[in-house]
Each structure stands twice: as structure tokens, then as C-alpha cells.
Design a protein around this ligand. Structure first.
Ligand code: ZN
Length: 337
């Protein structure tokens, strides 16, 4: 048995037909985890769909109504980049329910992994880039509403910038009250590491502090400011990436003490990803997971994990990277149990 829970449902499958997004990856991760003995069947929890009330904590009523009545405009459907269907709506409501469950579990078990979710390109009033509903934001807002947490930090390691996350939490900033030191001044300390390729930008921070580490020359074209954005140049490898991640996490955690860390463990910084342009290896990606977990573990910050993107030429590689995230959590969080 794992010392924490994995959240999964067969209904996470996204009914999008033949698509660069490997919708079957969730089931394949689950099967591999069980087949290799990394997890056993008792480690998995089955989520319930989020309620409409939960979804409305983040998304605009007009948008939710369009999704539920199938009345998105053609342009809105195109922007989503996955074919709209009522079944797809259900899958996204379920992913959000899964992230709520994983966030709750993280508060009791210190870590929990949603074998799904991480749809960080969804905005309050529209979806884009394969993301209809921002499951992580819904989970944060629901736990805040339930008074389970006050603050949260998102650590987004998908190769694409977390534009939806940045937009959703930009409106909640209260930097002056909570974070006298937040902002560009503090980030100047990162200039110490100017030998590294890449660029770090700082913006707002409030009850939710957002960190995004992403390839600069990639989707989305317009990148609304996160609390910390690390704009990475094309092609950087494991060592530079890990150094930037360490920097960003250290800087973020100097400025902000989250009650929950939401880690988006995207598999697409991988060197063989079809939609990514960084050069991380499978081993480097596992070290990335370990780094996030070790820092959270040392500071006693509960971690909720979602998977976000992953478009390796071989789906097997995406599955390996996602399974390794569970292995890394087991290695880091298994020791004290
Ligand atoms: Zn991505």
C-alpha cells in the first residue's frame, strides 16, 4: 500500500477521438502502476463529479450555461481545440471532482495524486488548449470555501505557461496586505543566477501564489503574469531546468506560505514531446518531481498533484513520466510513515 491515495476513474477518458492528446493515458498510467506493483488497487479512490456550484466558484455562469446546453459558438469550440460533446463536459466535471478529492486527501496524507486533471489553460469565461474547466482552481476555491485552507500555491511545470491559472488568480491579489516583500524587488535576488539561460518575471501574489516554469517560445502566445513566471529558452536540459525550478520554488516560498501546494506535473517538457521544445530526459523529469516533493515535505506543506499535458511521440514515455511522479512521491513521502 502507498502511504497516500491516488484519485482515478475510468471516466477520466476524454472522448475526443484521434487526437494529439492521448486520452487513454490515464487508464494506462493506472494499469501500469498496478501491474508493476508501485500501487495496489486499494490505493485508488474513485472521485465524484464536481457540482455545478463548485464549477461556478471559478467559472462564469454564462460559460457554464453554454457548456451545459451545448451552445458554445463555433469560435469557442475551435479555441477549445478538442471536439465538444456533452460527454466531454462530464469528463471535465469529473476531473474537477477528482482534484477536489485529491486536495482534501493531501491535507490528511501530506500528498495525493490525481491521475488526471491539470487543465491550466481554462479561463473563467472560456476554455482553450484542450482545457474546458480549470480543475485545480476549482479545487482550491472549494477548499477555501470549506475553510480547509486559506492560501495555496500552484507550481506549474507543464511546458506551456499556466495562462488560465494566472488569469483566475490575478483578480484575488492582496499583495500589500499579505506579502510586503512580494514582487520584482524580491525577485532581483534571482539575478545571482544570471549565468543560467532563461528569464524570471515576477508579478502579483495574493491568497493564491502562482508559479509557472515554461518554454517561452510556445503556446500560449499571450501569457498573463503569474506571481512568478520562468520563461525558459528552447532546448534547455535537465540541469538548467532543475536549477530554475529550485530558484523559483525557493523564491516563492520565501515570499509566501501556502496551506496547500498544487503541483502540475506536466510530462511535456520531455525531449521527445510533440508539443514541447525543451530537452528534459525521463530521469530529469523524475528529479523534478522529487525536488518539488522534497521541498514540500521538508516544509510540511501538503501537495496535491495533477498531470496536465504530455504528448510524447510514444505514449509509453508519457505513461512512464506520469508513473514516475507516483514513484517519486512514494520515495519522498514514504520514508516517515
Ligand atoms: Zn502542456
Amino acid at each position: 500500500m502507498l502511504p497516500f491515495k491516488l484519485v482515478y476513474s475510468d471516466a477520466y477518458y476524454l472522448p475526443i477521438g484521434k487526437h494529439v492528446f492521448p486520452a487513454e493515458k490515464y487508464r494506462r498510467v493506472r494499469d501500469r502502476l498496478v501491474a508493476t506493483g508501485i500501487a495496489d488497487v486499494g490505493d485508488f479512490l474513485e472521485p465524484k463529479p464536481a457540482t455545478d456550484e463548485d464549477i461556478l466558484l471559478v467559472h462564469k455562469p454564462e460559460y457554464v450555461n453554454k457548456l451545459k446546453t451545448g451552445t458554445l459558438s463555433l469560435r469557442e469550440q475551435m479555441e477549445l481545440e478538442v471536439p465538444f460533446s456533452p460527454e466531454l463536459v462530464q469528463a471535465f466535471w469529473l476531473a474537477a471532482g477528482g482534484s477536489i478529492l485529491a486536495a482534501r486527501q493531501a491535507l490528511t496524507d501530506r500528498v495525493s495524486v490525481n491521475i488526471g486533471g491539470g487543465f491550466h489553460h481554462a479561463f473563467p469565461d472560456h476554455g482553450e488548449g484542450f482545457c474546458m474547466i480549470h480543475d485545480v482552481a476549482v479545487a482550491i476555491r472549494r477548499l477555501q470555501r470549506d475553510n480547509k485552507i486559506r492560501t495555496a500555491m500552484t507550481v506549474d511545470c507543464d511546458v506551456h505557461q499556466g495562462n488560465g491559472t494566472a488569469a483566475i488568480f490575478a483578480g484575488t491579489r492582496s499583495a500589500s496586505a499579505l506579502l510586503p516583500s512580494a514582487g520584482a524587488l524580491t525577485l532581483d535576488s534571482l539575478a545571482l543566477n544570471s549565468a543560467l539561460p532563461g528569464k524570471i518575471r515576477g508579478a502579483h501574489a495574493g491568497e493564491v501564489f502562482t508559479i509557472s516554469l515554461h518554454q517561452h517560445n510556445n503556446y500560449p502566445m499571450s501569457k498573463p503574469p503569474s506571481s512568478i513566471d520562468v520563461d525558459l529558452p528552447d532546448g534547455i536540459g535537465d540541469d538548467d531546468y532543475l536549477a530554475w525550478l529550485d530558484n523559483a520554488l525557493s523564491s516563492g516560498l520565501r515570499q509566501f506560505e501556502p496551506d496547500l501546494l498544487c503541483y502540475l506535473a506536466g510530462a511535456d517538457p520531455y525531449c521527445k514531446d510533440q508539443l514541447g521544445g525543451l530537452s528534459l530526459t525521463i530521469e530529469g523529469l523524475k528529479k523534478r518531481d522529487e525536488l518539488v516533493f522534497r521541498i514540500a515535505h521538508a516544509r510540511n506543506i501538503p501537495v496535491m498533484v495533477t498531470y496536465a499535458g504530455g504528448y510524447a511521440q510514444k505514449v509509453e514515455d508519457t505513461v512512464t513520466i506520469h508513473c514516475n511522479t507516483v514513484v517519486a512521491a512514494k520515495e519522498v513521502f514514504g520514508v516517515t510513515k
